[in-house]
Design a protein around this ligand. Structure first.
Ligand SMILES: Nc1nc2c(ncn2[C@@H]2O[C@H](COP(=O)(O)OP(=O)(O)OP(=O)(O)O)[C@@H](O)[C@H]2O)c(=O)[nH]1
Ligand SMILES: [Mg+2]
Length: 298
């Protein structure tokens, strides 16, 4: 007799920069989510699917919780993250080392009692005082909020397969919802916009990454070449200058690096064109956001 199949939705949530997307990429064994050392990298909810024999885990990557910034885009991202804690089977609540706050506690307490919560202590490779880990786990175990508390390093691949095993144990019985070879629900077009944005984030100073968004205006294949036209939107004319760089050097470097990465990810020759346009104050314009790809109902 075939073993019973199991499947379930597992949201990956936590404060911005905790390593959620790094964890997802590690578990899937391939890059579907962009990551960066700067906060607020992920802006959308999307799925990463891992099927091992009878077990199918449907991960939901989410923007990180953050406070302080009050723009419409920040409200949108926090809302997407809160919504992702509902209607799932398991929540992985990810911490950056031992950084646990009252805000984390109230978020965890807001999760339905039907949902198993696994607390992930990420970046243990960076813990200076390793001796503080066990008392921290003991302390947070007291209130029985978590099914498990699991120290890992998503980047250095410590404890991740053990985490997958624990998730398998918690998965409800049920048929698989996706074909076994499907890894994500994101489109190649969305991937292209994210790769261009990631290359911007990594090259720009501290403020500008939060003021840009990338839109793909053309994505089609012609004679074995994928043609991608992308537009990077900024909020002010002065930001456009910074993005172009001296004699166009910044834009050129973003374009070349993005094209090379997309050629690898899409396994095809890519022709990438990139423009920069100004859309005044777009990230704080509630009514403009849906047309820029930030639609809470989608
Ligand atoms: N040393 C170390 N760094 C890590 C680990 N996991 C993630 N990082 C780094 O932490 C930074 C943030 O990682 P992300 O995966 O983008 O974090 P995130 O939680 O998805 O961030 P947002 O999308 O902004 O909410 C990146 O520079 C990662 O390389 C880890 O286990 N150890
Ligand atoms: Mg992320």
């Amino acid at each position: 007799m075939n073993p019973k199949t199991k499947s379930g939705y597992v949201s990956i949530v936590g404060k911005t920069n905790a390593g959620k997307s790094t964890l997802l990429n590690n578990i899937l064994g391939q890059k579907i989510a962009i990551t960066s050392r700067k906060p607020q990298t992920t802006r959308h909810r999307f799925l990463g699917i891992r099927t091992d024999n009878e077990n199918q885990i449907i991960f939901v990557d989410t923007p990180g919780f953050h406070s302080g910034q009050k723009r419409a885009l920040n409200r949108y991202m926090n809302k997407v993250a809160s919504n992702a804690m509902r209607g799932v089977d398991i929540v992985l609540y990810v911490l950056d080392k031992l950084n646990w706050s009252e805000d984390d506690l109230s978020r965890v307490q807001s999760i339905s009692k039907e949902t198993s919560i696994i607390l992930i202590i990420n970046k243990v490779d960076k813990l200076e005082d390793k001796g503080s880990l066990l008392p921290f786990i003991d302390d947070l175990s007291k209130d029985n909020l978590f099914r498990h508390i699991v120290p890992i390093s998503a980047l250095k691949d410590i404890g991740v397969e053990n985490l997958v095993r624990l998730i398998h144990e918690q998965l409800p019985e049920g048929g698989h919802l996706y074909p076994e070879d499907q890894v994500t629900d994101i489109s190649e077009k969305f991937l292209a916009s994210e790769i261009v944005r990631e290359n911007c984030i990594n090259r720009l100073g501290d403020e500008l990454p939060y003021r840009i968004t990338v839109s793909i205006e053309r994505f089609n294949q012609l004679k074995g070449i994928i043609h991608i036209d992308s537009v990077i939107y900024v909020e002010k004319q002065s930001q456009k200058g910074m993005l172009i760089g001296q004699s166009g050097s910044m834009l050129k470097s973003i374009g070349t690096a993005s094209r090379k990465e997309l050629e690898k990810l899409l396994d095809s020759k890519v022709m990438l064109k990139t423009w920069i346009k100004v859309k005044n104050n777009w990230s704080d314009n509630e009514s403009l956001l849906p047309s820029m790809g930030y639609d809470i109902d989608k």
